[in-house]
Ligand binder design. Structure first.
Ligand code: PMP
Length: 317
């Protein structure tokens, strides 16, 4: 059976238009925790509402549509990238809808749910050694692209400026408008994390333009592999993503996998079914909030909890 994608048809273009139109404009929810100081409000963007189930639909849609318009995928060249899995799902989903062949380099410990969905959309998967982490997958994608430039175009989400721009225009712009509608002002604190750095850089730049003194907090996993999707920023040998604007970060809060998982379960008890990076962000947001008497803290719930059943995140009966 051939794995190459069939040529685009009218129906496929129709599905693509619908999917692209369904990305973004996610709800902003207010979170309630007993330890939150009375004068502090905590809001979160529900990114699981994107059609690919995570925040990565936004940058991937931006990067892929820009690449198509620039003719980078002409002549049946395959779109190639490395991913912790969520961007892989977005690439696979949009590649299937747009008729673009996709190859993804993903660490072999990505959750079974992620790998199943990438395969379901028909993308080619190259699994790398889990112990080597995200940086090794990135190096492998670079190596493949350098060896076969006729076959692959490396989208490179870690170095592609259209990644952070999607968050500057979309995620960040929406946060400003939604927080303003609820509180009458821009937020005082942003809590995010770093996979590619796209979210932190794009949203951080947008919020800092609106309020110069906004505090930007990065939640950093204490160990690797620790929290799916997040890099141990600053650890020895860790590659700092080219698009990450480190100058935006005012403060780093280390988070354990256990604290992230426990917070996911607390969020599930409030009706919010999200993955460990979201748990880590909310845990860090609660630490920062505890030091304030008043203010508005905003964070992002990056993906759906349905991606983590196989990882033991949720209590079994
Ligand atoms: N959370 C999850 C679950 C992710 O998959 C990612 C992306 N790897 C992030 C957070 C971080 O997003 P970004 O790439 O924008 O830094």
């Amino acid at each position: 059976m051939s794995t190459s994608a069939p040529p685009p048809t009218a129906e496929r273009r129709g599905a693509a238009a619908g999917l692209l139109a369904g990305i973004g404009r996610t709800p902003l929810v207010e979170l309630a925790f007993p330890e939150l100081p009375a004068g502090v409000r905590l809001f979160a963007k529900l990114e699981a509402c994107n059609p690919g189930g995570s925040i990565k639909d936004r940058p991937v849609a931006g990067m892929v549509t820009r690449a198509l318009a620039a003719g980078r995928l002409a002549g049946g060249r395959r779109l190639l990238d490395s991913s912790s899995g969520n961007a892989g799902i977005s690439y696979a989903m949009l590649g299937a809808a747009l008729g673009i062949p996709v190859t993804l380099v993903v660490p072999g410990n990505a959750s079974a749910e992620r790998l199943a969905r990438i395969r379901a959309h028909g993308a080619e998967l190259i699994l790398t050694d889990p112990v080597e982490g995200y940086d090794f997958a990135l190096r492998e994608a670079r190596r493949l692209a350098a060896r076969r430039p006729d076959r692959y175009w490396h989208c490179d989400q870690y170095g592609n400026e259209d990644n952070w721009r999607a968050h500057y225009e979309g995620t960040g712009g929406e946060i400003l408008a939604q927080v303003h509608a609820r509180t009458g002002a821009p937020p005082d604190v942003l809590v995010a994390g770093v996979g590619t750095g796209g979210t932190l850089t794009g949203v951080g730049r947008r919020l800092r333009e609106a309020r110069a003194e906004v505090e930007i907090v990065a939640a950093i996993p204490e160990r690797f592999p620790g929290i799916e999707g997040l890099k141990p920023l600053g650890a020895p040998d860790d590659i700092v993503p080219a698009i990450l604007d480190q100058g935006l970060i005012d403060r780093r809060v280390p988070v354990t996998s256990e604290a992230a998982a426990a917070t996911c379960r607390r969020l599930a008890a409030q009706g919010l079914f999200v993955g460990p990076s979201s748990g880590a962000f909310v845990w860090a947001a609660l630490q920062v909030a505890a030091e304030r008497r008043r203010g508005v803290v905003v964070t992002v719930l990056s993906d759906t909890g349905e991606r983590y059943g196989s990882t033991g995140l949720w209590p079994s009966p």
